[in-house]
Structures are given as C-alpha cells and as structure tokens.
Design a binder for this molecule. Structure first.
Ligand code: SF4
Length: 1017
C-alpha cells in the first residue's frame, strides 16, 4: 500500500509497478484517472499487452458479463433505480404497507431519496431482516427493500450492488483473462463493503497487488510550499514554512462571476509563461452552481475548456421535450406547446430512427462503448431556425388545448385565411407539423409499462427534436426497466424531469489542449500543473452534511457497522480538500466570493479557506488580515468589473472599461473616444442615456423631434389626415408618449394563447357589449323597445337567453380553466344585465334605441372640429316625443371620481366625439352624449354631456392642441400622476419615467397644450 498526499507520487508508484509486468490491470476511480501514465506502460512495449486502465465498475461489469448473460440479467442505471424506487413507494403506499413513511411516501423527492438509501443499504450488504429488527422506520425500509429486490428479481434487473456481488462470485469461479494479472489500485475509492469485497476477491487472485490512495505518509521533508501545505493540511500542529515560493495563492472577488473571470485572467497569464492549457484544472465543489459561470468566463477569454462528465449543462432539447410531456399532461396546452417552439428545437426533417446508447456508467460499461466517444455539440443557438410566426398563429387561432380544439381551430383559421385571401404557407406548415405531434401526445397512454413509454417517447423525440440524441440517451438508460409498470405520465415526467432539464453530456472535443473543468472527485488519480479551486466560502465548501432523513445515524448504528454515518460524510468532505491539493503539482490557487450577488448578501471565507494558509504559515491567520490580503490579490469591483491594466483584460468589454476608467481618473479627455468610433451604437446609446436624464427635452426622451423627415412623416398622423378613434385621442392627456406609441407607432401588448383563469376587464367588457347588441336587436324585432316597466319581465327573459348563447360562444373561444369560476362570473354578468335593464326601464323609457353598435370610419368621418374619426357607437336613442337624439357609450368599470363636465381633462372624449359623429351620420342634431356605467360596480350611473356651443369650443381647442403637438413633433413621456402604473407600455419606457419627468424642463412652451388640456374640465 502506498499512501501519499500527492497524486504525482501515487502515479509514479503505479507506473513503476506496471513497468515490471508485461500485462497489468490498473483500477482507477474514473475512466480518465492515470491519464498521465507513460504511453509505453499503458499501451505496452513490444511483446507485452500493457495495462488495462479501467474503473472499478467497469472491471466488475466485465467480470460479471458472463454470469449476467447466463441468468438473462439486464443492468439497472441510476435513473432506472429511481424509477424502481418510485414504483415500489407507490405500490407500498397503495397496499397500506407503510406506517412511518406513509405521510411522505407520495411526495416529490421521496423516490430519489429512497433510491439513494436503498443503494447504501445494499452496498453495505444489509438484509431486510436486519432492518426489520431495528424498529418502525427501519421496518418500513425493510418492506421497501423487499419490494425493491422482488422487483429486480421479477424484471431480471441487476443494480450496482448486485453487479458487484455477481462479479465477486465470478472471480472465485471464473476464468476471465484479467483474473490472475498483477493488480494496481490507483486511488479508486472502496466506498462500501460491496466495493471492498469485490476488490479483495480480485486482489486475492492476483500474483502481486499494489494499492495506492491519498492519505498520510511518512514522506521526507517538504521542499516547496505546496508539499508543505499537503503535509500540514488539517494537522493539529502545523509548522511554519521557512520561505514562501508563491506556489500557493489565494484571492477573493466580489461575486462568483468575477471570481471565475479572475481565474480566466490568471490562466491567460500562465499561458504566457508557457503553461499548457491541459496542465490547468479548475476543480469544483459545486459544479451545478459554478459550471455555467466558468463556461461563460472561459468563453469570454477564449480559453478552450474540457468540461468533464461530472458537470451538468442545461440543454434545450431536453427542456423542449419536457415541455412536450407537460403539454400532454396539461390537456395539450397551447402555451406549453408554444414553450416547446420557443426553445428552437423544431427539426427541419424529423429524424430517422437510430439507436442511441445510455450515458450511465454502469450501462455504458456493459455496452462496450468507447470510453471517450465523440458526441456532436448541439447546434449553436443562432443556427436553429425557429418558426417564429407559429406562436403568433397559435394565438390567432385561440387553440388553447384539447386535440379536437387544435384541429378545429387551425382548420377554422385556415378557412378564415382563405376567405380573406391571406397567404396560407406558414399556417399549413404549422398544421402539418403540429397536428401529428398533438396526435402523438394525445395518443400517449394513461398508464403503461416502461417499454411502451420508451417506445412512444423515443418516437416522439425523433419527430419533435432537432437534436434528439441526448434525450434518447436518457431514455436508453431506462431500457432495462421495460417490464416495470404500469406507470402514469406524471410518474414518467417526474422520473425524467431532472435529467431532461440538465443533461449530462460527454465533452465533444479531445481533452488535450484544453483546461480541465470538473468536480474535485474527478481529480482522483490525476495530476495537473496548476489547480484552481474556487468557492471556498462559508456554506459552499465545506457543505453542511445532513443525516439521511430516511435512515438516521442512530438507526444506522443499530442496524450495521457498514452503513455510512454523517461523521463519515464529514470526513469525506474534508478528504475533498485533500484531493484538490493532491492534484496540484506546481501551483494551487484557491478563491472565494465575498458576496452572494443574487441576494446582495456578504459571504465570509470558510474555515477550509483559512485552513490552507494555516497549513503553510503554521498558525491560523487573523480573519480581517486574511480578507484584506485576499481582496488585494484580485482588485476587482462589482460596479466596475475590469482590471486596472488594459493588458490584463480578458476581452473587449473589460478593455473598454479599463480605457474609460483611466480616461476618467487621469482626466484624459478623449482617452475612450475610440469606443465611439469603433461602434456607432455605443455613442448613440451613451448620448441617449445622458439625454434622457438631462433637463432639456430631446429626441431620446420619446417622440420629440425637429427632424424635417420625421415631421413630414408625422403630418400623415395629424388628426384630419387619417382616422383616429376617440379612445386613442384620450391617451394624449394621460401621456403624450403613450398616445404616440399606441396611435402612431401602433404598438400593442403581445397576445398569449392561454386558458382563461379569471375574466379580465377587457373580456368582460367585450362580452357585455356583445350581449347588449344582440339583446337590442332581439328586443327591437319583438317590438319591446324602449324597455319600460311593463316590458321589463319579458326583456329579462330574453336577456337570459342572449346571455346564455353569447357566454357559450365565449366559453368555446376562451376555454376557461376553471368552469366554476367562469360560471360564477357569468352569473355576475346576469345580475349586471338585469340591473341595467331595470335602470333603463325606470329612467330611460322616453328614449327609444334606434341604432346599436353603429360603426363608422371607412371612409373616415371628417368632423368640422378638425378630426377624422372612426369608431363604433354603442347606442343611438331617439326621444319618443321630441325630435332629439342622444348617444350612449356603455362602461363596465368603476365610474370616475371626478365627473367630467365637457372633456374631463382630456380623458373623456367619447360622449362629445360620438355625439358629433352621430349628428353627421344621422343628419340630425344630437342633444347629448352619455357614458352609462351599466353595472353594479359602476352603480348604473349616467354621465351626460350636452353638445352645446361651449362643449364644441372645448373640444375644438383640445383637438387643436393635440394636433399642434403632433405637428411640432413633441409627444414626450409626460405621464399624468400614477399613469405609468397602469400603462401597457411600461415595458417600453422602463420604471423611471415619472422620476425622469421630475428632472425635465416643465416650463418648456411645447408642454403648454398638454397643460391646457389637463385643465379642461
Ligand atoms: S409608461 Fe408612463 S411614460 Fe411610458 S407611455 Fe406609459 S404613461 Fe407614458
């Protein structure tokens, strides 16, 4: 046995051992362990077979292969194990076999925890009887273990503990060529009794055995700081290093992002000293957390990197596939389908069937695949064509969900397009692509055994994904589970969800020439010139070790001495720090983030971070002094993420920041001027930003211009030059920029095709207006207008019928998600409708409705007051005894706090404008225009505005003011109080417009028309 705190020493020992024999077996912890061994040792010299460099699991799989074939056993992957755990938990729950775990066994996460615990129990060779004898919780685990083992037996499956047992048996009886060869263990961790038994059996048949592992040794005195550090790490009495040679460095950065940028900067510096990229490793305690930001930093610095198997990468095809599964689970929801489309995974040509192998280590070992297979990188985001128009078409078709509805709606939209002579290509493409997929999703079984699921899901992946291979690899891992089930779609989605969100991908490129990025454990049996170890902050490394919630330590101790305890996990965590240090040959650089940036929370170095300098300096550094030294070692700032010197910049962005900072600090006007020349958008953007906060109104503020071309274009939007709706004109008083965005730029919020959860005010208004329109027509043809007390009961009855008919139409169109909520809202409408009819019968029976929903505007209706109008008048009534008309606009919202007298500060133009329009359309004078708040919420309140001379003068002045603002190119963001809060365009303007308005010149004469309008009552 050779123990050392240095991987280099272990590798040397293994190399010397292997060199003595023509053929050896070297068992390493991972398939790349021992990659630095001499070529001649591994490949063998002339006449010798060399070394079989394998992992423990690969060795076991190789040795057990024959026994598995004899017994017809298939291997079970980690994912498969979780699926079996989910299955047995469900079964035990259904059969009432759980007492202690009964309340939690159905919760998400239980199956995964159970799979882990069962694996530990089986690896420790603990029997169900041993568990049952220790009390209630372990009694439940005994039941679950029995069920698990029965499931494996019934389905002819073998998991890792079973495989190790088979391999151990095979060693005793078998004749495999590896049995009897000299055997070296290169720090392969014998983590359980099963692992130990297997290795010991193999070692017992070997003529010579060398075991090596990271651990204490009686090495000679350290010759450099790294050796000193290795020797005294966690030592109770560390000695002070006589002379620091700079091989151990530490630094801190304001956040994790800047920490990784700093690592990239140092790697570039090392490259300048002729240190090859593949001699550098970044070892991660939290790969999920650090890997994406490391990837980003290395990409920025153009450093080639090799991300090991141990890191997870979000993958769009997995996410797109999961969106489709959720689409199936949510009754073919259109929004889930749109989510799938948005991930850009739609294939150009649906894939031909091809076999893709699993990526699980155990399954992979038995598949005899090449250990370093090359898998194509997913296509770059920009290369993936997304049918952008399809999402829009789904909204237009109001698909929402359900197979019938998908077909009906898309066919309906096609018919509509045909009638309107619109191009059909995109819609037909969508139909041809989406309907077969929807058909497949609809045909997925409610429950089925895994083999049925795998067949159907594999087909779905091939048809629906541009790059289906990663998804097929995940599905292939479940192949041995074929007979298990039946399971429901939810269970399938639960088992697959984690793996589909973050697919583990084998790196595409060769390892050499690239910086290694992987978990610390993956550095076992390997040595790198330089090791970076980020994340040494409290809570990140070391991590808090918790007891297994399913089998607490107290019970573990009672059951078997072979079950791992929390204290062992703590020791394993400590060993990780040793492993990271052991992997560094020449230099170790550790770091920690000072801030949790997302939560704006400070972080402190962990005690591991302090332990490292303690091992070098012989005593624990004073915290404040340590933090200062760490900060000074990497002077990066969160609010100016760049180095001090331009030469140290990792990319253009940093270089530019350095240039700006130095131009500013050294008062060198023009020092950053190249930015403006290099990129015209920078200049534009900087000027715009400055302008928007500046006192004067400028073009960057909104629609503020004196450009002749722009003014000429605006002339086409003058009030008499094109048709305007009264509601668009009302926007001006709220905010001239809103008026421009809506009326001139014609921006509107994006429509989404979603099931209606609750009726929004707009839908409610549309529904109410349509009911009123149909009801008026019905009452008119029945001779029941005007409605009065005598006609009221009949009018109510007819209102009910119309309401039911219109509501059914809307229900089909909107597919409300919760029928009970929809029904109650319709009943509210019924009450409103009845109340309104009652109000009409009591107050308006002298006015007979003569026109309903009177549309106008094609061609635009030119008024003498200087505006061209388009719109729709809800109701025109004629007095029963006088020759007088009036118009009414029905409102379903709350009545305003201030009742308008003429134009209500420019926000209430409909009564006057509709009145004037009606006058012209009917060729008769109109007496008044009204707003009628026709619901309980509005208190059935009428707001009437007489069309007298004063009102006409006000209106004319107001329209003139708006027109002058358009003609003058001055439509700035000058919102009325609270206007931004309810404005759809906040996403365009950002959150600061009201604050910005406070800085602007309020005395500018161009604001006078707006001020005047807001003052008109
Ligand atoms: S968000 Fe505010 S400033 Fe922008 S358009 Fe709306 S009301 Fe005007």
């Amino acid at each position: 046995m050779v123990k050392s705190w240095s991987n280099g020493t272990l590798l040397q020992a293994v190399e010397s051992f292997a060199a003595r024999f023509p053929e050896t077996v070297i068992i390493g912890p991972r398939h790349l362990a021992g990659e630095g061994l001499r070529e001649g040792i591994v490949r063998g010299r002339q006449g010798s077979a060399g070394a079989h460099r394998v992992t423990l699991v690969q060795t076991a799989a190789e040795l057990a292969r024959g026994a598995m074939a004899d017994r017809g056993l298939a291997p079970l992957s980690t994912l498969g194990r979780e699926a079996v755990a989910a299955r047995i938990a469900q079964k035990a729950l259904a059969q009432g076999e759980l007492a202690y775990f009964h309340p939690v066994a159905g919760l998400p996460g239980f199956a995964r925890a159970l799979a882990r615990t069962i694996a530990e129990i089986r690896l420790a060779r603990v029997s169900a009887e041993q568990l049952a004898s220790a009390g209630t919780p372990t009694g439940d685990l005994a039941t679950l273990l029995d069920l698990y083992q029965a499931e494996l037996e019934e389905r002819s499956l073998v998991d890792l503990p079973g495989l190790l047992a088979l391999a151990t048996e095979a060693i005793a009886t078998g004749q495999h060529p590896w049995i009897g060869l000299p055997l070296a263990r290169l720090d392969a961790h014998l983590e359980s009794r099963a692992h130990q038994e297997f290795f010991q059996s193999l070692a017992a048949r070997a003529p010579e055995v060398l075991e090596t592992e990271v651990g204490p040794n009686s090495s000679p005195a350290a010759t450099n700081s790294l050796e000193h550090l290795r020797q005294f790490l966690f030592s109770p009495n560390p000695e002070k290093l006589a002379q620091d040679d700079g091989r151990f460095e530490f630094f801190s950065a304001p956040g994790e992002g800047l920490e990784t940028v700093e690592i990239a900067r140092r790697i570039i510096r090392l490259a300048g000293k002729d240190i090859a990229f593949d001699q550098v490793a970044i070892l991660l305690r939290n790969p999920d957390r650090y890997q994406p930001i490391i990837e980003d930093a290395l990409r920025r610095a153009q450093i080639p990197a090799w991300f090991s198997r141990g890191t997870t990468r979000p993958h769009p095809s997995g996410r797109a596939f999961l969106a489709l599964l959720l689409c199936a689970g949510e009754r073919l929801s259109a929004s889930r389908f749109a989510e799938y489309l948005s991930l850009g995974q739609v294939p150009e040509i649906p894939g031909a069937a091809k076999w893709v192998g699993p990526e699980d280590e155990l399954l992979g070992a038995l598949e005899n695949r090449a250990l370093e297979s090359e898998v194509a990188e997913p296509a770059a985001e920009s290369d993936r064509p997304t049918p952008r128009r399809w999402e829009r078409l789904l909204v237009d078709a109001a698909v929402i969900g359900g197979k019938d509805r998908w077909e009906r709606r898309l066919n309906g939209l096609e018919a509509e397009f045909l009638l309107q002579d619109k191009p059909l290509n995109e819609l037909q493409n969508l139909k041809h692509f989406a309907l077969p997929l929807i058909g497949m999703l609809d045909a997925l079984p409610a429950t089925a055994i895994w083999s049925v699921w795998l067949e159907q899901l594999s087909e779905l992946a091939r048809l629906s994904l541009r790059d289906p291979d990663p998804v097929l690899a995940v599905l292939a891992e479940l192949a041995p589970m074929g007979d298990v089930g039946p399971v429901a779609l939810e269970e399938v989605a639960e088992v697959l969800s984690d793996r589909l969100r973050f697919l583990r991908r084998e790196p595409s490129a060769h390892r050499w020439g690239r910086v290694f990025v992987g978990s610390i454990d993956e550095a076992r049996g390997r040595e790198f010139g330089v090791v970076f170890l980020p994340g040494l902050a409290e809570g990140l490394f070391p991590q808090r070790m918790l007891e297994d919630p399913l089998l607490l330590d107290e019970l573990r101790e009672a059951v078997s001495a072979d079950l791992p305890l929390r204290k062992q996990r703590v020791a394993d965590e400590r060993m990780l720090l040793h492993l990271a240090v052991a992997a560094a040959r020449d230099r170790l650089v550790v770091s920690y983030p000072r801030m949790e940036v997302a939560e704006a929370r400070p972080r402190v170095p962990s005690f591991y971070a302090l332990e490292l300098p303690r091992a070098v300096e012989g005593s624990l550094p004073e915290l404040k002094a340590f933090e200062d030294r760490a900060r000074d070692a990497a002077p990066a700032r969160l609010n100016w993420p760049a180095p001090k010197e331009a030469a140290a910049a990792i990319d253009d962005a940093e270089y530019d920041l350095v240039a700006i900072a130095s131009a500013r600090n050294q008062d060198r006007p023009g020092g950053a001027h190249y930015l403006v020349d290099a990129n015209p958008h920078v200049a534009r953007s900087l000027r715009a930003r400055w302008s928007r906060w500046n006192h004067k109104w400028r073009p960057a503020d909104g629609l503020v211009t004196d450009d002749a071309t722009a003014l000429a274009a605006l002339r086409e939007h003058q009030l008499a030059a094109r048709a305007w709706s009264p509601s668009a004109l009302e926007n001006f008083a709220m905010c001239p920029y809103k008026f421009a965005l809506h009326g001139i730029y014609r921006l509107k919020p994006r429509d989404e095709s979603e099931q209606l959860q609750q009726m929004d005010p707009r839908t409610r208004g549309a529904l109410f207006h349509e009911i009123q329109y149909e009801l008026f027509q019905d009452l008119q043809s029945a001779g029941l207008l005007p409605v009065n007390d005598n006609r009221l009961p009949d009018a109510w009855k007819r209102a009910d019928t119309v309401l039911n008919k219109v509501a059914a139409k809307y229900q089909e169109k909107l597919a409300p998600a919760i029928p009970r909520v929809w029904k109650s809202e319709i009943e509210d409408l019924r009450t409103d409708l009845r109340g309104w009819l009652q109000h009409v019968a009591r107050n308006d029976d002298e006015w007979e409705p003569v026109k309903f929903e009177l549309a106008f505007g094609d061609p635009p209706l030119a008024l003498d007051e200087g505006v061209s109008l388009r719109g729709r008048i809800d109701l025109v009534e004629k007095h029963v005894s006088r020759d007088a008309f009036r118009v009414t606009d029905h409102k379903t919202g709350k009545r305003p706090d201030t009742i308008p007298r003429w134009v209500g500060g420019g926000r209430s133009l409909q009564p006057l404008l509709y009145g004037l329009a009606a006058e012209q359309l009917l060729g008769s004078p109109v007496e008044a225009g009204r707003l009628l708040y026709a619901t309980q919420r509005g208190g059935y309140t009428p707001v009437e505005i007489k069309l007298d001379d004063r009102a006409r003068q006000f209106l004319q002045k107001l329209l003139g003011d708006i027109d002058a603002s358009i003609a003058g190119g001055f439509l700035p963001p000058a919102p009325a109080a609270e206007a931004c809060k309810i404005c759809d365009y906040r996403i365009v303007c950002g959150p600061y417009e009201e604050r910005r308005l406070g800085k602007k010149d309020r005395q500018d004469v161009r604001l006078d028309p707006l001020t005047e309008i807001r003052g008109m009552i």
